[in-house]
Write a new protein. Sequence first.
Lengths: 473, 389
Amino acid sequence: MTTAGPSPDRPATGAGRAAPPRPTAAAWARENLFNNRHNSVLTVLLGAGLVVLVIYGARFLFVTGQWEPVRTNLTLLMMGTFPREEQWRIVVQVYLLCASVGLLWGGLTASSRDRARDAGVPFSRARLRDGVRRWWPVFVLLAVLLGMTRTWLPLAFVASALALGVAARRVMEALPEAGRRAAWFGAGVCALAGWQVLSGTGGIAWWWGSALVAAAVVRLTRNVRTDARWQPLARLTLVAGAVAVVWAVYAQLDFGGVGWDDWSGFQLNLVAAAASIVLAFPVGLLAAVGRRSQLPAVRWLSVGYIEVIRGVPLITLLFMGDLFLGFFLPTEDPLSKVTRAIAVMTLFTGAYLAEIVRGGLQAVPRGQVEAAQAIGLSAPRVLSLIVLPQALRAVIPALVGQFINLFKDSTLLSIIALTEILRIRESIHGQREFLIVGIAETLVFVAFAFWALAFTMSRESQRLERRLGVGER
Amino acid sequence: MTKRGTILIAVVAAIALLAAACGDDGDDTTAPQPPPPATEAPAEPAAPEPPPATEAAAPETTEAAEEAVELSQAGGRLAEVQARGSVRCGVRDALPGFNFLTPDGDHEGFDSDFCRVIAAAVLGDAGAVDFVDLATADRFTALQSGEIDVLVRNTTFTASRDGKEAANFVYTTLYDGQGVVVPAATGITDLEGLADANICVAQGTTTELNLTDVMRSRNIPFNPVTFGESSEARVGYTAGQCEAFTSDKSSLAVFKYEIENGGGDEQFILPETISKEPLGPAVLDGDTEWAQVVQWAVMATIQAWEFGLDSGNITSATGDNPALARFLGEEGFDPGIGLPSDFAVQVVSQVGNYEEIYERHLEPLGLPLHGSVNDLWTHGGLMYVPPYR
């Protein structure tokens, strides 16, 4: 409603400026809403429109809305055709994931606490209710879901999972530094174990497990001092040996599982988006750095990749991945539909991220690089210690915006016939009793689920910006 | 300049190498990959032959035998399905009565049951179906690319689909026809009453083409309002975007029932049937063996109905007459279709006969079977299958 009036002075966020005294409501309204005749008319008109909108909206939500199709099909919307007798796998995975996130969160809190202590500055620990306040859209979504189920079991499940996460955080914070180092790996192991309970030992679990073990070996042998000449070779052998053991163990293990090819519903949207976001980041980083490389071949490859992918609509790429990729790959063990879709989304997002990151790289003054070179840093170190931290900090809003886009674009998977949430929604209206019942309501529910998560991502990015002082320093 | 040139050449060479490697891969996947022998039949003639007189003749005979195996399994879809252990069935998850997802995530409907029929016949397990949800527009692409083994998606058998789209339609499971529904309050009783009306219709379907054909031939001007899917067109009509909605009469009956039960306006289905819509499963052209397998699996449900066999009594049935005994596979009768001799028993005991499948899914929607065109030929319907002998 402040569209017409002049915008008031922004409250100062930085130090140095004292906040102006809070005006009374009447004074504020006079200044912002009724400061001249035109604006008063506009305010009244728009205000009336808003009131009508709110009344209609509330009536739809609480009175006329037929939410029965959503309520009956809540499980279907969330996990689609996931075999119901395997649901326990999801439960276990969520517990392990919560533990993992709790450990990570605790570890981050503890290390920044220690840093603050060493620097002698006061440290305020983020509390649980800060988390709830920051993540309120997600908690509203959870509350809506739990309210709709009208049973206690899901509530108990969510509450205990959250409690587990909080407890893991506490434990991590209480650990001494040496113990924390081991617990970092614990977090990785929890996440890995959760993934494997859900999807079995096949697929990317092998790579994940190998990477984790390799990282552990590298970390543990870091301080072992031997003949300097042999050390790299010895460590390489150790890593290779450990990875070989992991593969040997995996080859023996088989405890079932449901791979992501059989996932659907909102679960598929989440997994496809999360996997693509995680994978696209390194791809984009490499392409951005490659585009600025001195080596022409690397530069051309990067430019080619970025410009070809950015010039083609995502829908076209998804269709190509779905229909054509099959002809180029061996037929005995073709990549599944979901894997191909995730690969396409990764490549697509990677190209956009590359341009975003390149913008950040260009924003880093040349003097920074020259200064780093002058003190004798090698090229990779100049990049990783000086350039990238500054470049990435500058582009956080654009990066998160791209991630939010990708998350919403996961609904495009429906056009290559992956049963993500939007397609599940259509199927609900194939059920006899909901043929024409609640068509708007199911759509509103899907929109709300996306909004809750996308808005949280956006809020977190703003918080990150503020913490890193983007736009102020 | 020279340095640049060298690099350019190097890049071109690298790309050429890559392309060559890819080409090799392509060959690898198609040529030297003989499908595992599914049926022993083609190999049999080679086996009982007397051992070759000379050493030199030996390679020739084996080569010939191998060639025979290759030829007989040009399509090889049956072997592929058996090796995979599941039937990939192209369906649509939002067709009331034909296929939709239950709140528990199961597929339910007339179409999905015929997918199960095929799985029960080929693999002996009605549950061995991978359902692939397909949009209207890409159902034939999925068939052509081999992504699905069979399309059971409420698809009308037409000449150009049989020809250009490379689909091979097998036994028609439902004889439907297109109709038009209007709100009863409009008082429209025939197509002429629809002059200048907006008509909601799903795009890229025979429904859309039939409507255009009929209206043009009768010189009735109208505005088609097209939607991507039949389900969306339905919503458009409900929301008042059109004066009429056209679809197969089976869907219209369901739709009318639902609107009226939901307290909506009374609906009227015009008595005219403006097209023939034979709906049935389709497989890809060029694999006769697989087409026959699907054909006979589907026909078994109708033969069982004719014999009076259903899921309740087929396991205890005995072959009093020779025709029944053959159908039950009692004397190990094998017509050489490529199906196990007890396939009919598996189909009917696990899924049911045609009457059961129909009554399970379509009767509750207000579509009676008896007395309709989909009744058994002995009752004046069109369901008539060749003898199993």
